[in-house]
Design a protein around this ligand. Structure first.
Ligand code: NAD
Length: 256
C-alpha cells in the first residue's frame, strides 16, 4: 500500500517509534529512522522487511539539526511523504520542584520539534498533493496527571498543533492527526515502573499492576504494534478525510 512512499519517524530507535516504523515498512514504505542509542539493530529490523532504510541522528531539541535531517531525507528519497512526530521524553516532579532545564527540554523535544519537522515537511507534501503528518501525543494531550506539568503541557500543545495543521491542509491531500496512547511498556515507562517499585519496595510486577490500576481500566498495556496499525490506517485511502483527530488507544483511560 505504501511502496514508493517515504516515512520519517522521529525517535524511532526504540519503543513506539520503532513499532510505527516497522508497521509502515511492512506496507512497503521506505524509512528514515532517528533517535539515540543502538541504531544498527533497528536498521537491520527494518531492512529485513525489504524496504530501504536510512538514519539521521538529529537531536530533536535543536532546530538546525531537524532542518539537516529533513534535508537529508529529501536528498536520499526525494521527499518525506509520511512524517511521524514521535520523539519524546518524560520527567516527573511537582511544579514547584520541576527543574527548569527539564521543562525547556521537554517542551523542545515533545512539542517544538513537531512544529519544526512539520513546517519543513509540508511544502513537498502540498506539491505532491499527498502527505500524512502523524503526531504521537498521549492521553496526556487530553487529560492531566499530577507531577507531569511539562509533559502534559507539551502533549496538549501537540494536540493543538495537530488541529491547526489539519485545518490549514484541509482542502488538500495532506492530513494531520494525533495518536494518544495510554500506558505502553517502553523504556520511557519502565523508568516510571522502576521508580514506583523502588519508592514502595515492591516487585516489578506489583509496580506494573499499581501503575495500570491507577489509570487504565483494561489493566493492559497498549502495544507499539497496535499503535503502528493505527498509523497505517491514517495512511490508508480510508484515512483520506480523517483530519485533526486525537485518537486515544488507552484501555479506557480517558473514558472515565
Ligand atoms: P522510548 O524512550 O522508548 O523512545 C523515545 C525515542 O525518542 C527513542 O528513540 C529516543 O532515542 C528518542 N529521543 C529521545 N530524545 C531525543 C532527542 N532529543 N532527539 C531525537 N530523538 C530523541 O519512549 P516511547 O515510550 O516509545 O515514547 C515515544 C513517544 O510516545 C513519546 O513522544 C512519548 O511521549 C509517547 N507516549 C508514550 C507512552 C508510553 O506509555 N510509553 C504513552 C503515551 C505517549
Amino acid at each position: 500500500m505504501l511502496s514508493n512512499k517515504t516515512a520519517l519517524i522521529t525517535g524511532s530507535t526504540s519503543g513506539i517509534g520503532l513499532g510505527i516504523a516497522k508497521a509502515l515498512a511492512q506496507q512497503g514504505a521506505n524509512i528514515v529512522l532517528n533517535g539515540f542509542g543502538d541504531v544498527e539493530g533497528p536498521k537491520a529490523e527494518i531492512a529485513a522487511l525489504g524496504v530501504k532504510v536510512e538514519y539521521h541522528g538529529a537531536d530533536m531539541s535543536k532546530p538546525a539539526e531537524i532542518e539537516a535531517m529533513m534535508g537529508y531525507a529529501a536528498e536520499q528519497f526525494g521527499r518525506v511523504d509520511i512524517l511521524v512526530n514521535n520523539a519524546g521524553i518524560q520527567h516527573v516532579a511537582k511544579v514547584e520542584d520541576f527543574p527548569v532545564e527539564k521543562w525547556d527540554a521537554i517542551l523542545a523535544i515533545n512539542l517544538s520539534s513537531a512544529f519544526h519537522a512539520t513546517r519543513l515537511a509540508l511544502p513537498a507534501m502540498r506539491t505532491a498533493n499527498w502527505g500524512r503528518v502523524i503526531n504521537v501525543a498521549s492521553v496526556h494531550g487530553l487529560v492531566g496527571s499530577a507531577e507531569k506539568s511539562a509533559y502534559v503541557a507539551a502533549k496538549h500543545g501537540v494536540v493543538g498543533l495537530t488541529k491547526v495543521t489539519a485545518l490549514e491542509t484541509a482542502s488538500t491531500g495532506v492530513t494531520c492527526n494525533a495518536i494518544c496512547p495510554g500506558w505502553v511498556l517502553t523504556p520511557l515507562v519502565q523508568k516510571q515502573v522502576d521508580a514506583k517499585a523502588a519508592a514502595q519496595g515492591i516487585s516489578n510486577d506489583d509496580a506494573i499492576k499499581l501503575l495500570l490500576g491507577e489509570k487504565e481500566p483494561s489493566m493492559q498495556f497498549t502495544t507499539p504494534e497496535e499503535l503502528g496499525a493505527l498509523a497505517v490506517f491514517f495512511c490508508s485511502p480510508a484515512g483520506n478525510n480523517v483530519r485533526g483527530v486525537a485518537w486515544n488507544m488507552d484501555g479506557g483511560w480517558v473514558a472515565q
